[in-house]
Design a protein around this ligand. Structure first.
Ligand SMILES: Cc1ncc(COP(=O)(O)O)c(C=O)c1O
Length: 394
């Protein structure tokens, strides 16, 4: 079955992903199974999507119940779970208003468009957006332009005009980059695809102060770090500097595709009827899943477990550092942990897969551990055992 499926894929799908040779067919909690019924411990979580693990009972029940009632109607009408999800997000964040899309890229597109619309109309013709080197904001032409990594730009030029990049964690660079045309500064509170790069203790507060002084907007892309990944519902809560606009996606729907752009009442006024839209954005099925996922994160001790298990995983990985000299650094927050090594990590990812552990490698040399936030100590011990076996043979 596996051979046949892989052959079919190579025939029918565009070859734009580097796939590992495994066909995954089912999942439960922190585990997935392949087409040969081989079991894997999933410490990649669909890249920070399955924060509640696979097929979380609350999410499954909500999807089943909603699928029987109403799957899609357009945003010309009021949609009950959409309203409830927006209420949950605004009650638990800095924001007053939400726009729903279907992905992280779409959420960031909405943030970019809102910043430009507000900049043009309210700030008097400002349109330029500053982002950080090493950032990742998506694959649409605007979000790939916002992404401060040349490798994602290659072949897609000309990119959108009106973007500028600064080094992450450098407040002076941010201050000097702002021009009379700048309307917003956009960063990930912790850079994910860039290699799990944490902000310094003063960085986000400093950015906020600069944005206030210069009268421009601060946008956080919390697509990867939001929804409990760092041990708080939103990563910015760790740093005491809320933004003006924030984007979410990935685990917001407990595995179902959804994205969201959150903002304040004042800014939201710029998006008048007809100015922005999304056919599937905030549809009944995705938002019902979202209500279940956010409620589970808030009510079921998930954040506390993330903080506790995050410390434990960090400590276990630090133990490996003493044993393997090629480990250069271990860094992260909550259950988003990067292990930087001296060489390309793809081979380690492949060997971990062969031994029943899914992890991922980003920025070439950073092994990224993103287990579900419901992970147990026993599962972490099992993963560490596998990683130790793999690293010993490298
Ligand atoms: C921080 C960040 N922003 C945006 C995106 C893009 O999200 P999507 O792939 O859902 O469009 C990603 C995806 O990895 C991300 O990590």
């Amino acid at each position: 079955m596996k051979k046949r499926l892989i052959e079919q894929l190579q025939k029918h799908l565009i070859n734009n992903y580097n796939r590992l040779p495994v066909v995954l067919v089912k999942g439960k909690g922190c585990r997935v199974w392949d087409s040969n019924d081989q079991q894997y411990l999933d410490f990649a979580s669909g890249i920070a999507v399955n924060n509640l693990g696979h097929c979380h009972p609350r999410v499954v029940r909500a999807i089943q119940a909603q699928a029987k009632k109403l799957i899609h109607v357009s945003n010309f009408y009021y949609i009950e779970p959409q309203i409830e999800l927006a209420r949950l997000l605004t009650d638990n964040s800095f924001a007053d208003r939400v726009f729903f899309g279907n992905s992280g890229s779409e959420a960031n597109e909405a943030a970019i468009k809102l910043a430009r619309k507000y900049g043009n109309e309210v700030l008097g013709g400002k349109y330029e957006i500053i982002t950080a080197y090493g950032s990742f904001h998506g694959r649409t032409i605007a979000t790939v332009t916002a992404t401060g990594q040349e490798k994602f730009h290659t072949g897609f030029q000309p990119l959108l005009s009106g973007f500028k990049y600064i080094p992450f964690n450098d407040l002076e660079a941010a201050r000097t980059a702002i021009s009379p045309k700048t309307c917003a500064l956009m960063v990930e509170p912790i850079q994910g695809e860039g290699g799990v790069i944490l902000p310094s203790d003063i960085y986000l507060k400093g950015l906020k102060k600069i944005c206030r002084e210069k009268g421009i907007l601060l946008i956080y892309d919390e697509v990867q770090v939001g929804m409990g990944r760092t041990g708080r519902l939103f990563a910015y809560e760790n740093y005491g500097a809320p933004p003006d606009i924030m984007t979410l996606a990935k685990s917001l729907g407990g595995g179902v595709a959804i994205g969201a752009m959150l903002t304040t009442e004042k800014l939201a006024r710029s998006l008048t009827p007809g100015s922005h839209a999304s056919t599937f954005g905030g549809n009944p099925l995705a938002t019902a899943a979202g209500v279940a996922a956010v409620s589970a994160i808030l009510e079921d001790g998930v954040l506390e477990n993330c903080r506790k298990m995050g410390k434990y995983l960090h400590a276990q990985l630090t133990g490996l550092r003493n044993r393997f000299g090629f480990i250069k650094d271990i860094r992260g927050k909550g259950l988003m942990i990067g292990v930087e090594i001296e060489f390309e990590g793809a081979e380690i990812v492949k060997r971990c897969l062969e031994k029943g552990l899914l992890i991922n490698c980003t920025a070439g040399k950073v092994l990224r551990f993103l287990p579900p936030l419901i992970v147990t100590k026993k599962e972490i011990d099992e993963a560490i055992k596998t990683v130790t076996r793999v690293l010993s043979k490298i």
